[in-house]
Design a protein. Structure first.
Ligand SMILES: O=C(O)c1ccccc1NCC(=O)[C@H](O)[C@H](O)COP(=O)(O)O
Length: 220
């Protein structure tokens, strides 16, 4: 079975970064969204991304960020990818990609079949797609809410670009999610936390093992 690539999102400390790298995750996500318990300032993110080892893909997550905000982030923080997690249009995705010369992953929320249609348009302009659960009405955060969607909607699906499954994944359910959907990449945030914004290092290691082994998690 080909390797499953794992993204752990919402890292806030050097220990988080070390744990993610040691566990063998491929991507580390850093959140720039003031309302999030995982939010980082630009200097904090710079410090963590400089600390991160080579080979770990450093992803900045933004929500409907304007050029000035993105300019400030990209100027100060060494990054490998931008994740757009708001209502960015396909044109805006293309604009961001061209302006910064960085790969762009566009996140889209899914609750039912009708939410899948826009994925085609975005797959023409983004480098990757992140298929997440749609946030509940009135939610403060567009992601990181720890809720799943019906994985059968994306089971065995392919788009023009690589895609990543997200939304309510955790060490206990990720193997089943991978088995059912055939996702080759998975993303998690709250499912590896002990409290909002506080990463649980044992759960990070268990998540990566479970995602890759397609078997039950071993929590040590
Ligand atoms: O994680 C956040 O706080 C966040 C805030 C604003 C926009 C997006 C956010 N997270 C995006 C992610 O990539 C999460 O990993 C993804 O939504 C899955 O989260 P979870 O269901 O908690 O695993």
């Amino acid at each position: 079975m080909p390797d499953i690539r794992v993204k752990i999102c919402g890292l806030r400390t050097r220990q988080d970064v070390d744990t993610v790298a040691a566990a063998g995750a491929a991507y580390a996500g850093f959140v720039f969204f003031a309302k999030s318990p995982r939010n980082l300032t630009i200097p904090e993110a710079r410090e963590l991304t400089l600390w991160a080892p080579d080979g770990l893909c450093k992803v900045a997550l933004v929500v409907d960020a304007d050029d000035a905000t993105l300019d400030a982030i990209v100027e100060a923080v060494p990054l490998d990818m931008l994740q757009l997690h708001g209502r960015e249009t396909p044109d805006r995705v293309a604009e961001v990609r061209a302006r910064y010369g960085l790969p762009v992953m566009k996140a889209l929320g899914v609750a039912d079949e009708g939410d899948l249609a826009p994925l085609l348009d975005y797959s023409l302009v983004a480098d990757q797609l992140l298929i997440d659960a749609k946030p509940p009405k009135g939610a403060a955060l567009p992601g990181g809410n720890g809720i799943t969607f019906d994985w059968r909607l994306v089971a065995q699906r392919r788009w023009l670009r690589p895609w990543m499954l997200a939304g309510g994944l955790n060490p206990e359910n990720v193997a089943e999610a991978v088995r059912l959907t055939n996702a080759r990449q998975v993303d998690v945030s709250s499912g590896v936390e002990s409290a909002p914004g506080l990463k649980d290092h044992a759960r990070i290691a268990a998540f990566v093992r479970a995602a890759r082994a397609d078997g039950p998690p071993i929590l040590r």
